[in-house]
Design a protein around this ligand. Structure first.
Ligand code: AMP
Ligand code: MN
Ligand code: MN
Ligand code: MN
Length: 327
């Protein structure tokens, strides 16, 4: 099976969003959904990308999600998702299982990945959509990004031991579905399990962000590298959840500029972690910068995530959904 070429198979029901927008599934109807008269819907209104419940950002236990890829796909299907991308951090190992489950259920599937990047002292995430997961340069790049994780996780464990939290590396590693992908999320879950904090977000604030005792800075991929691995694998690069970065207006503009110059095509305007105001702000930015827009829940787990699969904000009609090319 060639995952990169299959994409949205003809004849697959792409689940129009119409009823969801009227509140049936809790979609955000406060966002401006007025029609854009320049959109040519004469072809087939049910292929209007704005009416498709696309979720192009989520995780399985091949990175820091808690569900198997097939469980992610089944849950997305139950939630009315019509077009799904699995985008595990720095790894494509879950994609074949997800693609097989999607084919079985008749849900259109796009192979994806979310690459960790270091830029301007911040960690930035770049989502790659409709990549060829077998592309050699992409696979080598992702292997290089993963390679530092083990030493980083051991150092996190050592630092946490110094503040009395012994066994954290072993605890986190035991919770990771993929030994190459022990992440801060696994440390957070372990610390919640042992009762140190009440939830994952509290662990991050107390232990896992810069200035806290379990935070270990790490050099991830360069922005231009990540974008070129994605483009080289036939994919589209999307700047993930832009509201999450601690960057001022100027630095954010510089990031977007560099991302676009490197070949980046879209920004994730509608993320499960974005407020309505942030959706509006990044829709304006996408339009101003001539970028397309993506939408994704960033679902990790039924108990932890901002938004469930297929839920969370929708794209304003003013922007061009990045998935227009696949429907
Ligand atoms: P890592 O790649 O090991 O640095 O882990 C990053 C992951 O931690 C992200 O992909 C999120 O899933 C999670 N994360 C980052 N910041 C937070 C936060 N403040 N609260 C909860 N989860 C977070
Ligand atoms: Mn994550
Ligand atoms: Mn991310
Ligand atoms: Mn993510």
């Amino acid at each position: 099976m060639n995952l990169a070429q299959d994409g949205a198979a003809p004849g697959v029901n792409l689940n129009p969003l119409t009823c969801d927008r009227e509140g049936g599934r809790g979609f955000d109807t406060a966002i401006d959904t007025s029609s854009d008269p320049s959109r040519d819907l004469s072809r087939d209104p049910y292929r209007d990308p704005h009416r498709i419940n696309a979720d192009l950002h989520c995780h399985s236990y091949f990175s820091d999600g808690t569900l198997a890829p097939s469980e992610v796909v089944a849950r997305a299907h139950r939630n009315g998702v019509g077009l799904l991308a699995l985008t595990d951090h720095d790894d494509v190992s879950g994609l074949s299982e997800a693609a097989a489950a999607a084919a079985e259920l008749g849900i259109a599937f796009i192979p994806g990945v979310e690459i960790s990047v270091s830029w301007g002292g911040e960690t930035i995430h770049v989502v790659g959509l409709r990549i060829d997961p077998n592309d050699a340069d992409l696979c080598a790049g992702l292997a290089s990004v993963r390679s530092g994780r083990d030493a980083r996780a051991r150092e996190m464990g050592a630092q946490l031991a110094r503040v009395g939290l012994t066994g954290a590396f072993e605890g986190a590693a035991a919770l990771a579905g993929n030994p190459a992908l022990v992440s801060r999320t696994h440390f957070a879950r372990w610390l919640v399990e042992r009762g140190t904090c009440t939830d994952v977000r509290a662990v991050f604030l107390k232990y896992l962000v810069p200035g806290r005792p379990g935070y270990v800075p790490h050099a991830w991929a360069r922005l231009s590298e990540a974008v070129s691995w994605i483009a080289g694998a036939g994919g589209v690069a999307v700047l993930a959840h832009p509201a999450r970065y601690k960057l001022g207006e100027l630095a954010l503009s510089a990031l977007v500029e560099e991302f676009r110059n490197a070949g980046g095509l879209a920004i994730e305007v509608a993320s499960g972690s974005h407020t309505r105001d942030q959706v509006r702000r990044f829709a304006r930015l996408a339009l101003a910068e001539g970028l397309e827009a993506s939408r994704g829940s960033d679902f990790h787990s039924p108990l932890e995530s901002h938004a469930d699969l297929g839920f969370g904000p929708v794209l304003p009609d003013s922007v061009l959904p990045v998935w227009h090319r696949w429907v």
